[in-house]
Design a protein around this ligand. Sequence first.
Ligand SMILES: C[S@@+](CC[C@H](N)C(=O)[O-])C[C@H]1O[C@@H](n2cnc3c(N)ncnc32)[C@H](O)[C@@H]1O
Length: 147
Amino acid sequence: MLQFFEKNPDASLHFDCIEQDQNAVNYAQELCKNFLPNITFHVKNALRFQSTTKYDLIWSAGLFDYFDDKVFVHLLKKLGSMLEGGGEIVIGNFSTMNPSKSYMEVFEWHLHHRSPNTLKYLAKSAGFTNITIGKEPEGVNLFLHIV
Ligand SMILES: C[S@@+](CC[C@H](N)C(=O)[O-])C[C@H]1O[C@@H](n2cnc3c(N)ncnc32)[C@H](O)[C@@H]1O
């Protein structure tokens, strides 16, 4: 968001952000202090978040890989109910190709690593059909795109 608003300071977009950790929200608010009229922070469990707003873009990074497949599909369906027609959902998830997985687990950072096929399967299970998989340049983090 910060990078977006720095490049597009006159954009008339509004973001709703959901994060359960007040300290993380405080940090984000400080980073984005010049753009706060365009951002609403909700200190909330994402699983309990519900809005009547229909969003053009729903973006989640660093969250769904904490969830098992059942919770993944449940939240994805719920997010779909908050998506504007023609809108897009983007879900980040660590790839099974993550070379640091074992190292992370030494420090008790246990995540559900997923392959492109698993992400597609879970998106289909949530009722979606227009599904593509992207990744960042190193291929460690995958991005499930649903339109
Ligand atoms: C790996 S960090 C990702 C942070 C950020 N989204 C990013 O991509 O840099 C995971 C964040 O998810 C938050 N989190 C975990 N479970 C959550 C939940 N059920 N609802 C809301 N936030 C959650 C944690 O507090 C933490 O700040």
